[in-house]
Design a protein around this ligand. Structure first.
Ligand SMILES: Nc1nc2c(ncn2[C@@H]2O[C@H](COP(=O)(O)OP(=O)(O)OP(=O)(O)O)[C@@H](O)[C@H]2O)c(=O)[nH]1
Ligand SMILES: [Mg+2]
Length: 194
């Protein structure tokens, strides 16, 4: 995977050429980490020690696909102006006429989905974007705890209606590599369809 470029506003984004796989989720959920793990790179995508570090849209390229690291949501210490900028960037990115192959929506497996996680999923449904849900940081839980949490979060998500019924889910970890092969399979299949 190679780094392409980063952009601070939606109107700076170059036209979409390759299929795009983007990563969304709460700040600090592990978007950058899972991208690094998918490509066996330790530090190509900057991982934050503090949440809220990624404020740009960054493009990386591998295997004929553009991988897009999006800034996270839900970082409490952001000003209203920064939140507005986030919303404009996300809206701009998703509403542009781009080759959206798959949005990987990351949710921390240790906690129930937050209101913002559910809002993001609702947004993806409303915009008819192809997406999967990746439950991450699985290394922090035992197998039994993982199963319990997945069931519980899926119950939350199921309440959102029919649009989420067939959404693929993957349990993953950027630390031990759980689920990365499954995620790469989903990505490969999705990229062939746009
Ligand atoms: N144990 C564990 N820690 C993880 C995992 N993924 C990420 N982390 C840690 O969580 C913190 C945040 O990871 P990032 O990848 O920077 O999260 P992000 O979603 O890109 O955060 P923002 O760019 O701020 O939105 C870092 O300290 C990572 O080391 C995981 O699967 N397991
Ligand atoms: Mg990040």
């Amino acid at each position: 995977m190679t780094y392409v470029a980063s952009y601070g506003t939606a109107d700076q984004l170059p036209e979409s050429s390759l299929p795009e796989v983007s990563f969304v989720g709460r700040s600090n959920v592990g978007k950058s980490s899972i991208m690094n793990k998918l490509f066996g790179r330790k530090d190509l995508v900057r991982v934050s020690s503090k949440p809220g570090k990624t404020t740009l849209v960054s493009f990386f390229r591998a295997a004929g696909i553009d991988f897009v690291d999006l800034p996270g949501y839900g970082y409490a210490k952001r000003s209203q102006a920064e939140r507005d900028r986030w919303a404009a960037l996300i809206d701009g990115y998703f509403e542009q006429d781009r080759r959206h192959a798959l949005v990987v929506s990351l949710v921390d497996i240790r906690h129930d989905a937050s209101a913002l996680d559910l809002q993001m999923i609702d947004y993806l449904c409303a915009h008819d974007l192809p997406f999967c849900i990746a439950f991450t940081k699985a290394d922090k839980l035992s197998r039994a705890q993982q199963d319990r949490q997945v069931a519980s979060i899926c119950r939350q998500i199921a309440k959102m209606g029919d649009a989420v019924e067939d959404v693929p889910i993957v349990v993953c970890s950027a630390v031990d590599g759980t689920g990365t092969d499954d995620l790469l399979d989903l990505i490969g299949q999705a990229a062939e369809q746009v």
